[in-house]
Design a protein around this ligand. Structure first.
Ligand code: URA
Length: 449
């Protein structure tokens, strides 16, 4: 009979150590993550340790060790068979934040591979998977082999997280959600990076949002998280850059799943709103640069212009949709995407200029319409949403439409609640705002660009 194995550490000692501000070794962190994944450490002890991390923080080395342990708690894709570099982008989430649908085919047409594992809407922010599923038939639940096949065929594929990817994060995230331990930059960094690094990419561009529609309302919090994620990725041998981008108003004009797909198709055809186009080119420029397909970010952005003009980016998107089971007739003719029957205008109460938009409320209005989830088990309505006509700095006359609600019934209570919220979201003053919000607040990158 074999001897029972003696645990390497006592969990209570580890909790006390972090409570008192101690610094963990890699072995201690691996022990905790392994015990959490296997269920040998009870939730109450993990929760106590998580709270100690929230209060005491972690060093860069501890954060990287936690990320690495969470990453290796599950499957790490090996995409080394692909003949070019693999790059991805991660956004911390916003309202009308739809760049992934443009970036994946655009960067793939630039000669790199984009294996994208995306998420669903979180809180007031939209999710890439919900947007993609508004394309009739589109499958986001491909297994690893199907994912590799689509990637090989068209250079990009977009799917949801599988059971096998970073299982430690699944467990920890659920615990954090109910123990007030989500709000730690160290835990957020390890959670996001463990999932992203499981894709087997060579480089990652982070779009860290700040402003009224972002999770990080203050720029310094966004910068702190961005620097932590860049440092963690670099410690793990990845090329990393982070852009701190503006989320003080919705990105583009469309908010809502099918509406956002429609707007991405416009950008892929060389049209669409300037802020969305500019941010897509900026992020794609960085992806192409970090992946070695362009010598500088500026060259990457020029390459994007040419790829869009040639129609290749749209063609890649079309191919990906077809390979993932989607109805390409809805891509060729976006009027075939799901659409709501009714329109409700949100009118300006006075003449003047838009000086601010409470962007989180715009996102919440879309959730109320059914475009996002109020509870985990809710299904998402692909057709509803908001079309924004007036943005910060725009002149508006009394009675002019600020935005249009797309809903299923004029009498429905959700439409009325969404309308009231949108009316409150706009700040209108006699004089225009004295400053213009930058689209990119800051870039965090250690090398030359
Ligand atoms: N998104 C994640 O995936 N994890 C977090 O901890 C926060 C946001």
């Amino acid at each position: 009979m074999s001897e029972p194995t003696v645990p390497q550490f006592r969990v209570i000692d580890l909790i006390r150590k972090k409570r008192d501000g101690g610094v963990f070794s890699r072995a201690e962190i691996e022990y905790l993550v392994d015990g959490c994944t296997k269920g040998s450490i009870p939730d109450y002890q993990m929760a106590a340790w998580l709270m100690a991390v929230v209060l005491r923080g972690m060093t860069g080395e501890e954060t990287a060790a936690l990320t690495n342990a969470m990453l290796h708690s599950g499957e790490v894709l090996d995409l080394s068979f692909l003949p070019a570099k693999k790059v991805d982008k991660h956004s911390t989430g916003g309202v009308g934040d739809k760049t992934s649908l443009v970036l994946a085919p655009l960067v793939a047409a630039g000669g790199l591979y984009v294996p994208m594992i995306s998420g669903r809407g979180l809180g007031h922010t939209g999710g890439t998977l919900d947007k993609l599923e508004s394309i009739p038939g589109f499958r986001v639940d491909l297994d690893a082999r199907e994912f590799e096949r689509v990637l090989k065929a068209c250079g990009c594929s977009m799917i949801g997280q599988t059971e096998k990817i970073a299982p430690a994060d699944r467990k920890l995230y659920v615990l954090r959600d109910v123990t007030g331990t989500v709000e730690s930059p160290y835990l957020i960094c390890a959670s996001i990076m463990s999932k992203k690094l499981a894709e087997g990419t060579d480089a990652l561009v982070l779009d860290v949002k700040t402003g009224s529609g972002a999770f990080m309302k203050k720029e310094e919090d966004a910068v702190f998280l961005a620097e932590l994620m860049v440092e963690t990725g670099e410690r793990m041998g990845k090329k990393m850059a982070a852009l701190i981008t503006d989320m003080n108003q919705p990105l583009g004009r469309m908010v809502g799943n099918a509406l956002e797909v429609q707007e991405c198709i416009e950008v892929l055809h060389g049209e669409g709103p300037a802020d969305l186009r500019d941010l897509c080119f900026e992020l794609a420029g960085w992806m192409l640069y970090l992946g070695g397909a362009a010598k500088t970010v500026a060259e990457g952005k020029q390459l994007c212009e040419r790829i869009i003009a040639s129609g290749q980016a749209f063609e890649r998107f079309r191919q990906m949709v077809e390979l993932q089971g989607g109805d390409i007739s809805a891509i060729d003719d976006p009027s075939r995407l799901p659409s709501a029957e009714h329109r409700v205008e949100v009118l300006s109460p006075q003449s003047g200029y838009v000086t601010a938009i409470a962007t989180e409320q715009v996102g919440t209005a879309c959730v109320i319409l059914g475009g996002g989830r109020e509870r985990k088990e809710d299904s998402v309505d692909p057709a509803v949403g908001i079309v924004v006509h007036k943005k910060i700095g725009d002149k508006v006359s009394a009675g002019e439409s600020l935005c249009t609600i797309h809903c299923h019934s004029l009498a429905d209570a959700q439409a009325a609640r969404a309308k009231a919220l949108l009316e409150e979201s706009y700040e209108i003053a006699e004089a225009p705002p004295t400053y213009k919000l930058p689209l990119i607040h800051r870039v965090i990158y250690k090398g030359e660009s």
